[in-house]
Every structure is written in C-alpha cells, then in structure tokens.
Design a protein around this ligand. Sequence first.
Ligand code: F6R
Length: 366
Amino acid sequence: ERGGYKHFMLKEIHEQPDVVEATLRGRVDLVNGDVHATEIGVSPELAREIRRVYITACGTSHHAGIAGRYWIEQLARVPTVVELASEVRYRDPIFYPDDLVIAISQSGETADTIAALKAAKAQGAKVLALCNVVDSAIPRASDGALYTHAGPEIGVASTKCFTTQLAALLMLAVYLGRRRGTLDEGRARETLQALWEIPNQMRDVLGDADYVHAIAKKMTHAKDVLFLGRGLGFPIALEGALKLKEISYAHAEGYAAGEMKHGPIALIDETLPVVVICPRDAHFDKTVSNLEEVRAREGQVIAIATKGDEQILEKSQYQVWLPKVRDEVLPLLTVLPLQLIAYYVAHLKGNDVDQPRNLAKTVTVE
Ligand code: F6R
C-alpha cells in the first residue's frame, strides 16, 4: 500500500508531480491562455462582481492561502486577505455580500474552517470551497467547489495536498484575472504554460534527492531552525518550518526575510541552521542581502536556489539547486526540498513520520 516507500509521507511527496498534473488536466486551456469555467466553482458573473477575496484556512492550507493571496492580487487585482479560521469566528468578523470567501481544506472537515465559512455565509458572502475530499462538510456548506485531485492523503503531515492547492489557486487567479480584464492573454498563457510544465520539473527535483538527505543529516541535531523567504517564498518558509516542527519535533520558525532584522536576527549564531529560499526571482537581490546578514553572524545557510547561481554558491554553506522557472510557479518547486528535509530529519531521529505525536489528521474540534 506504500508502493515500495518506507512511509506514506515519502510516497505522497513523490506522488506530487502526478497529482498536480491531475489537478490541472482538463482545466487549463493553453491555446487561449485561460482556465475552463465549469470546474472552477465561480461563475464568470461572480468573478467580475466580487470586490474582495477573503481566504480562510488552518495550518498548511493557510500557507497555501497566503500564496493564493499574492497570485490573486497580482493577476486579478482583487484586494485579498488571508485569515486563520480559528481566529475569524472569535472576533466578530465583517463580511460583505460582494466578498468571495475561499475556505481551503484538504479534509473538508476542519471544525474551525467550517465555523468561519458559516459566519461568512450568515453575512451574505459567497463561499468557494477549495477541497480534496468530494462532498465533505466544507464543500457541502459552500456555494461552489474547486477540487484538488491529490487522492487520499494518509501521512499526517500534508504534502501533496499542499502543492495541489497551490496549483488550484494559481489557476483560480488566472481565471479571475481573465474575467476581470486585468490579465492579458499573453501573460496568462505564459503563466499557464509554466504551470503545465511544473510536474516534469517536480520529477527532476524529486529524482535528485540524495543531496537533500546529506543536508538533513547535518541538521539532525539542531534545536532550532530558521526558514526565510520573501514574496512567494514567504508562505513556503512558513510551510517548511511547520513540516519540520510537526514530524522532527525541532523548533522551527518561518519568517518573512525582510522581517529578520526586526527581531529574529538576535537568534543567529554558528549553531543555527537558516534555510533561505533565494531563487532568481524578482526579490533575489533583497533576499541575498538578508542571507549575507545571516552569514555575517556565522549562521549556517542552506540556500534553496536556482541552478548555476555562482553568487549563492559562494555565499552559502549548503545548496539545493532548482531549475529556472517563471516566478509565479516557484512555490511548487521550492517547497519540495523542505518537505524532504523534514522527512529525512524526522526519519534520522527515529520518529514515527506518518503518525507524529499529539497530531490528528483531521481536526474536528475547535
Ligand atoms: C500540516 C497539517 C495541518 C492541516 C490543518 C488543516 O501538515 O496537515 O496543519 O493543514 O489541520 O487541515 P485541512 O486542510 O484538512 O482543513
């Protein structure tokens, strides 16, 4: 049942190229640079009428939501907020009838997310479920559903559901941008083409995982690990830290790279591994200067970078190389080594990777 893999988590990490492909198939129209309306769960009229997107979710799904916000604001120019579902309902939230609320949930049964979407519906907002389980509670309580096609996820730490959520959110952003006239056909086509090519690039990255194992070995005894990223690297930094915490029980923090100087820089010394997500994207120069601040304080830098980047090779102690891709699709690649690092560190420590202590796969209590 684990298909030759030692753990479900490792199997599910390696399934990501296939399930991302399955999530895109039949939805992406590469000829016209568009996404088919029938499967998106938002009518073209609604796509044009909404004035705000309000994303709510928990845990890993919340991290996907942060990437979703960047995409929706950039490509569809709709103001977007992302809120933890467990906070939404307890603070007397304000929703409008022209809000599109997106409830993201792998299981579709998370109690906090259900409560948040009910609060939104009670105030007349439209709710779209982004969900992996057909006909679960969250899509049933929503006005429309956009399904990820990740298949059942058994490992408690979410991996393949996360990357399919990212793929779905990027498709949704393109769909909204095309309906609202903020995204021209050319950029839409290039973005979708880049997304379409991602499964093969994921295969390459995952097929070459030995050096990630070697890096994980060096991190096995770390008590704290910092993850830094900027732009679309920020939610991935949060996700990398969450994965490591969940299954390796090391303390880890994900931070926006630019926020480091406002506090966490005090933690840095020669014992602290710092994972810096610094591919050649629009934020590269700024992120590299954060990397240099870490090095200046003797921190051990593990760089997640673009193949052939001499500058990074020179400035960091360890590197994971990724192929050069368009900025928009980067998170689907940058997260892969972080999932593998968490997996290997936990495994090297002898932890139960698929059933980490204190965690449940589906959280049906608030
Ligand atoms: C992390 C993890 C959790 C879930 C969270 C939300 O690996 O699995 O943080 O992401 O409990 O679950 P869903 O997406 O089912 O609502």
